[in-house]
Design a protein around this ligand. Structure first.
Ligand SMILES: NC(=O)c1ccc[n+]([C@@H]2O[C@H](COP(=O)([O-])OP(=O)(O)OC[C@H]3O[C@@H](n4cnc5c(N)ncnc54)[C@H](O)[C@@H]3O)[C@@H](O)[C@H]2O)c1
Length: 350
């Protein structure tokens, strides 16, 4: 079978990890384009790939040696690049978050459908083996009715993380702070594990520590699922290190959880057991990123090659974004927000 031709758009920090993924998958793909507005970054990404062209404008790739475009740019650029690419018949696997507003996310979903191409959204931590097993167990009803869930993220982002970037720590390009960038993974995992529609969201946010920027560096929220589960969420990037994320789901018959990628299970009358083999033998990237990018990328390529539904497609990728946007709007309005809600601009913390 012919190799898939792939382009990397955005050759910044995370592209180093993609480079390793592409090298591992070199039997199935050929990297044909490296794109970054900063040419030197694209050039450095392209090193080591034969026939990889370099450009500063993603539009140069259109109609030219490309089956899949990966986007890992500032968040606000994801919908612009993805929509343009999909209109040119290119499949897109975008980094999280797919967009910084629900309106843009909806446009992406619509364009993918109209163009008949695949749109995938990276939420690699769902692919960790323990997480997949917890999902199966919950869907089989082993926990009974779900009562509560919680996620606790305390990570560290020093001031230099923001000062070294021209887009992080901004509402117009990053779309917020700790929620939309760091906590969105745990929010995604919880909503996926619970597997229910949301009734309402009520949250608060603040900036207590990173005064050079005005996005939130701490937030908490309650998210009420329609069948009754109450999700408690806390996120801060003011800690001294990237501590393992804690997730717990409680049901009438037991509880399950994750400590970063180590899953544990406690069912009524049975001893607690742990699932530690997180990566299905494949692991690339820092451990706090969840190191399962390669599994999701492979899954996306399979859906392109065999014309299968994408596991985390546009509507799936939108779910965690809806929670994040709901918290922002609820925090600024200082009121509970029924879901679905009308997305509105958020330009600061009120
Ligand atoms: N899934 C994860 O665990 C994870 C981890 C880290 C980052 N990310 C995501 O990856 C994306 C990139 O993050 P990063 O930390 O690598 O950021 P970065 O700032 O290091 O890299 C972004 C790159 O995009 C380039 N760029 C900007 N506009 C562009 C355009 N129009 N066309 C082409 N290139 C353009 C910049 O020059 C820069 O090199 C974000 O969406 C981020 O949330 C995901």
């Amino acid at each position: 079978m012919d190799k898939l031709k792939v382009a990397m758009v955005g050759c910044g920090r995370i592209s180093r990890m993609y480079k390793q993924v592409f090298q591992c998958l070199s039997d199935q793909i050929e990297v044909t384009w490296a794109v970054d507005t900063k040419r030197d970054r694209a050039e450095s990404f392209a090193e080591g790939f034969t026939n990889c062209k370099v450009t500063t404008d993603y539009r140069d790739c259109f109609g030219n040696d490309i089956d899949v475009m990966h986007t890992a740019t500032p968040h606000n650029m994801h919908p612009i690049i993805a929509i343009d690419a999909m209109k040119h018949g290119i499949n897109v696997l975008t980094e999280k978050p797919m967009a910084i507003t629900l309106t843009d996310a909806d446009k992406m979903i619509e364009v993918a459908k109209k163009a008949g191409v695949k749109l995938g959204v990276i939420f690699q931590t769902r692919y960790v083996k323990g997480c997949v097993e917890l999902k199966k167990l919950i869907d089989e009803g082993k926990l009974g009715k779900l009562l509560a869930a919680r996620s606790y993220l305390s990570w560290s982002r020093p001031d230099e993380y923001y000062s070294a970037s021209d887009w992080k720590g901004t509402w117009d390009k990053e779309g917020g702070g700790v929620l939309i960038d760091q906590a969105i993974h745990s929010i995604d995992r919880v909503q996926w594990l619970v597997g229910d529609e949301i009734e309402w969201i009520e949250g608060s946010m603040g900036n207590r520590y990173h005064h050079a920027v005005n996005v939130e560096d701490v937030a908490e929220a309650f998210v009420k699922f329609k069948q009754g589960c109450l999700y408690h969420l806390y996120a801060s990037n003011c800690y001294s290190y990237n501590a393992p994320i804690q997730i717990e789901i409680v049901g009438e018959k037991g509880k399950v959880g994750l400590l970063q990628d180590m899953a544990w299970v406690e069912l009524n009358g049975e001893e607690r057991y742990e699932i530690r083999d997180g990566y299905d033998g494949l692991s690339v990237g820092p451990s706090y990123w969840g190191s399962s990018h390669i599994t999701q990328v492979k899954d996306f390529y399979k859906s392109v090659r065999e014309d299968l539904p994408v596991t985390i497609d546009g509507p799936e990728g939108r779910r965690a974004l809806e929670i994040v946007r709901g918290i922002y709007l609820s925090a600024n309005k200082k009121q509970r927000l029924a879901v679905p809600f009308k997305d509105e601009p958020v330009t600061g913390i009120k």
